[in-house]
Write a protein that binds this ligand. Structure first.
Ligand SMILES: Cc1cc2nc3c(=O)[nH]c(=O)nc-3n(C[C@H](O)[C@H](O)[C@H](O)COP(=O)(O)OP(=O)(O)OC[C@H]3O[C@@H](n4cnc5c(N)ncnc54)[C@H](O)[C@@H]3O)c2cc1C
Length: 456
């Protein structure tokens, strides 16, 4: 198997990287699996059940669609119970718990037990319901040489008051986190790369949570509404020395987010700070053109510090496919997983080559993708600390340990929010990772590691 893989690569451009990619992938894989314990059994069982059950997947997709319109947790729970009614749960506590959370069965012993199981599982994906609750975990990660980025959970904003409330929470979080981080111990790998210092505090924000007015057909109103919130957050981040990272969402908001952030960063007041980042989604067919635009704007801007660029594959694949099919469009996303994986690797190379104009951050739980990015960066002559590997709390816990243990800077994306937001987040991650093409699903199903490390 391995011989075929090596021989098959000979002669292809970049084939010289493959032995090192494979070695690093195996090393990270071994180290991650040695720390994978019983605590993951419930999530693994849920993955297996959801992966093989189209009816259940459809019910969960409907839930994700309706979640932003729910006025309160009780409403979300009601929808949940209705969608899951009649769906075969296989006795799984997660599904029983989700169902029980919205039905009178919550009051039965089984319902209570199942709801507790859900709480426990959702609790693994969030680091606290509030910032003060999250701080001890963030500090513990930092002490163990793991950086973090905090995401304040909440479903997409429906009213302007909700947008204002989210902006206020972000503003408060920047202040509180900066205050807390002052007493954290020195961790040189997490605090600087060869382009300069890196903030201890890092907050990821969503533009669609700042305003309900994001509409591709009328972008001006959404842009204006989001601009003043984002401006305030950039100023606050600068004042407290924090990093602000703007997440990327579905195609409906992509142009707005990109233009908004790049335009704001051109303002002379931000020439020396704050540290800011954007996200590039490799599943988009035009992602390399977007990268051209980002690099061009970064090169032409008067900013004296690098823009961070987090490359991901993209979390809205099903949504983009369905929306395109409904409108008779060509999907904006690649339709073969291997194309996304290849595009991810091309973008990794280009980001590494562009350092220090941009700071590359590789966000993936796919050992092949991570090992490729780190190997390419090393062979291109970057210092280990000049790249960053990012994982999601709850999904990448073991990989986080393996990455940090191998001497790389790992940054873990840490959601903070209540249990209902945590459940909605958990359901989204479940759906994302139970598609047939997912690396984590293949790994959980026992696929051969060398096969998974094969060049896409
Ligand atoms: C720290 C961190 C931050 C993130 N921030 C964002 C963000 O801001 N915005 C965002 O959109 N996502 C974000 N994500 C999620 C990310 O986009 C991926 O969905 C997730 O990480 C799974 O990708 P993978 O490389 O880990 O796994 P893999 O299993 O290797 O890849 C799965 C991904 O492949 C793609 N895919 C699946 N099936 C197909 C197919 N048939 N054809 C083509 N492509 C396919 C999808 O993008 C899917 O998510 C983030 C992830 C991390 C770890």
């Amino acid at each position: 198997m391995l011989d075929t893989f090596v021989k098959g690569d000979v002669g292809l451009p970049g084939a010289e990287l493959e032995p090192e990619v494979r070695d690093l992938g195996r090393k990270l894989g071994r180290s991650a699996s040695s720390s994978r314990g019983a605590k993951h059994a419930a999530y693994d069982r849920a993955m297996t059940l959801v992966a093989g059950n189209e009816e259940l997947r459809a019910a969960l997709f409907r839930l994700v669609d309706v979640a932003p319109a729910c006025a309160n947790p009780a409403e979300l729970a009601e929808h949940l119970a209705a969608y899951l009614d009649g769906v075969e749960a296989g006795g799984l506590p997660l599904i029983l718990g989700l169902r029980a959370a919205g039905s009178p069965r919550l009051h039965t012993a089984t319902g209570r037990g199942a709801a507790a199981a859900v709480r426990q599982m959702a609790g693994r994906f969030i680091v606290g319901e509030t910032i003060p609750e999250a701080v001890p975990t963030l500090r513990e990660f930092w002490t163990q040489e793991v950086a973090t980025t905090v995401d304040l959970l909440g479903e997409a904003t429906v009213t302007r008051a909700e947008g204002q409330a989210y902006a206020d929470r972000c503003d408060r979080a920047l202040v509180d986190l900066a205050e807390a981080a002052r007493s954290w111990p020195a961790r040189p790998l997490l605090e600087a790369d060869s382009a300069g210092p890196l903030p201890r505090v890092n907050l990821s924000v969503k533009v669609t949570a700042l305003t309900p007015l994001v509409r591709p057909e009328a972008p001006e109103r959404g842009r204006e509404d989001a601009r003043h919130h984002l401006l305030r957050l950039l100023r606050r981040a600068d004042e407290v020395g924090a990093h602000l990272h703007v997440d990327m969402e579905s195609m409906d908001s992509r142009e707005l987010i990109l233009d908004l952030v790049l335009d704001l960063l051109d303002r002379p007041e931000f020439a020396d700070g704050p540290s800011v980042g954007l996200v590039l989604q490799a599943y988009l067919r035009d992602s390399e053109e977007i990268l051209d635009r980002i690099l061009e704007r970064a090169a032409g801007s008067g900013r004296r510090l690098p823009l961070s660029v987090r490359v991901v594959k993209g979390a809205y694949w099903d949504h983009e496919k369905i929306e395109a099919a409904q409108n008779g469009w060509t999907p904006p996303v690649w339709t073969e997983k291997v194309e996304t994986d290849r595009c991810f690797e091309r973008i990794c190379r280009r980001l590494v080559d562009a350092f220090p104009l941009v700071r590359p951050a590789f966000a993936s739980h796919n050992l092949r993708s991570v090992a490729f990015a780190a190997t390419y960066a090393r062979q291109a002559g970057l210092a280990t600390g000049d790249i960053e590997i990012q994982v999601l709390r709850g999904l990448g816990d073991e990989l986080q340990e393996a990455i940090a243990g191998a001497g790389f800077r790992c940054r873990t994306y840490c959601p903070v929010g209540d249990m209902v937001s945590g459940m909605a987040y958990l359901v989204r991650r479940l759906l994302e990772n139970t598609s047939n093409a997912s690396f984590l699903a293949s790994q959980a199903a026992g696929s051969d590691l060398d096969e998974l490390l094969r060049r896409p």
